[in-house]
Design a protein around this ligand. Structure first.
Ligand SMILES: Nc1ncnc2c1ncn2[C@@H]1O[C@H](COP(=O)(O)OP(=O)(O)OP(=O)(O)O)[C@@H](O)[C@H]1O
Ligand SMILES: Nc1nc2c(ncn2[C@@H]2O[C@H](COP(=O)(O)O)[C@@H](O)[C@H]2O)c(=O)[nH]1
Length: 206
């Protein structure tokens, strides 16, 4: 643990709650972060780009990476594989970055077990399930069947919110943005706590 200088911010919540929308605010306002680009077997959606939003791979490629032990964590979500490659995360943490994850509740559980105190986590949701469904329909990026599957998954995902450090009810985008930025600043401050040796050295020498 001693050599890790970075910290981790995990954002989870049901599909359509507003994770990507709020993450954009973090990227505009928080310095020295690294966004974890996940690997997935799902199809490209809307304006997404390979290597920017996700690394889009086949099921065979994904399973090869599982066998090779290349994932820090992975899970099956809405019938597709999603996973985080270990190598870029290790590098970003060693570089003292705030590493930001958009992962599901299973991924959060795994990272909690592996990385404990390095993590600050936030669960985002809408005021009601109905509003979640309305947002997915209004986003207009998924078929009716995919939306139904995601709404169904939301019913079990919501049960996990107590395992997170913070909860944001994204009813108003301005309020939710303020809240996520405050939480990101707190998570950022942890990078300094984990760089304890250099902080103590600086303090003693000043
Ligand atoms: N507070 C809000 N009020 C109204 N609409 C919102 C709000 N926040 C986000 N939205 C809209 O809801 C839709 C879903 O948001 P977004 O794509 O950010 O969700 P997500 O959690 O990232 O979903 P996914 O997990 O499927 O990627 C988008 O069309 C977004 O513009
Ligand atoms: N456990 C993981 N979950 C992940 C990862 N990357 C994304 N996700 C989660 O999957 C769902 C669906 O995402 P979408 O982009 O298809 O809407 C969502 O809950 C994400 O948070 C990952 O690497 N590991």
């Amino acid at each position: 643990m001693k050599e890790i200088k970075g910290a981790i911010l995990i954002i989870s919540g049901p599909s359509g709650c507003g994770k990507s929308t709020l993450l954009k605010e973090i990227y505009k306002n928080i310095p020295n972060y690294y966004f974890s680009i996940s690997t997935t077997t799902r199809d490209i959606r809307g304006e997404e780009e390979d290597g920017i939003d996700y690394h889009f791979v086949t099921i065979e490629e994904f399973e090869k990476n599982i066998e090779a032990g290349n994932f820090l964590e992975y899970a099956r979500v809405h019938n597709n594989y999603y996973g985080t490659m270990l190598e870029p995360i290790t590098k970003a943490l060693n570089d003292g970055k705030l590493v930001v994850f958009d992962i599901d509740v299973q991924g959060h559980k795994i990272l909690r077990e592996k990385l404990g105190n390095l993590i600050t986590s936030v669960f985002i949701t809408t005021p009601t399930l109905k509003i979640l469904e309305q947002r997915l329909v209004a986003r207009d990026t998924d078929t009716k069947e995919i939306i139904e599957k995601r709404v169904e998954s939301a019913k079990s995902e919501i049960c996990e919110f107590l395992d997170y450090d913070y909860l944001i009810i994204n009813d108003n985008i301005h309020k939710a943005t303020k809240e996520i930025l405050s939480i990101a600043s707190i998570a950022r401050a942890k990078t300094k706590l984990f760089d304890k040796n250099s902080i103590v050295k600086e303090w003693l020498n000043s």
